[in-house]
Write a protein that binds this ligand. Sequence first.
Ligand code: UDP
Length: 328
Amino acid sequence: MADRVLVTGGAGYVGAHACKALARAGYLPVVFDNLSNGWAEAVKWGPLVRGDLMDRPDIDAALAEHRPVAVMHFAALSLVGESVKDPALYWRVNVGGALNLLESCSAAGVKNFVFSSTCATYGDQDGVLLTEDTPQRPINAYGGSKLAIEQMLRDFGVAHGINHVIFRYFNVAGADPDGEIGEQHRPETHLIPLMLDAVAGKRPALTVFGTDYPTPDGTCLRDYVHVADLAGAHVLGLRRLLDGRGNGVFCLGTGRGFSVREVIEASRAVTNREVPVVMGERRPGDAAALVSSSTRAVAELGWEPQHSSLRQMIGDAWAWAQKPGFSA
Ligand code: UDP
């Protein structure tokens, strides 16, 4: 029987791609999701437990039934702009949900925990290449809530022996190269899907959020990483824990930033179509540049991003955008 991994948020964008990678690596992903942002149709590689992290008995029941060897925790609210407008929501759901999950893991004896953290924990850092050792100074409640969970994990490690791997994601992009799953949020707020919707005529235009940042072309720089590469890193992180190689924190980016204008240019090249664009104001909470060094993930986990060229990320997202998408 395959070892089970409880995947919170496994019906969402990153979580579903991680489930596919887990299944390929021989694990059975058990998805725990309230479907507030995820899609039942994206759960293809194992059972779906409909449950809520705010409801501790839901988690206890899932852990008792499935007895996972590890938990991968993706479920969270993750919109920077929303977190600036409604910080209480982010502190309540992200931190409260993670606390319930960790308490439940302690009670059930689950000792291995892989956590989705974010480059938003760094805040605005003057364009430096961010590493795992860069001081974290979040500038929005999304980043703040994720940083609090990182600390919580360290505390639970000391007190209850829960080992952790923390991944700080940079900008996740693209879709499953086989076209089985892809990015779909309700509402959509992310650059690449919004841009491709504008290209396809499903929206009038893409609004560029700010052209006066201290970056070479005035638009924000982000480090885009393909969702399939990110999913692969999670399997490597899990193996590290199961092999007893200890806790770890890893930045997952490519070391190369692209501006919003460069992403738009790349989209023209991939789709052969114009992107209708309007220039707009800055979005509150956005840092000018978030670019990572993935040296540690490469050296310690053997991570080899294979799909993270901008061309492939936009190409796979474009192929997914041509499909009907999830409806449930
Ligand atoms: N962005 C933009 N227009 C949009 C959505 C995003 O100009 O409609 C910019 C945003 O300001 C940021 C980058 O694109 O610099 C990536 O934003 P996204 O929301 O995709 O990811 P985030 O960086 O917030 O995780």
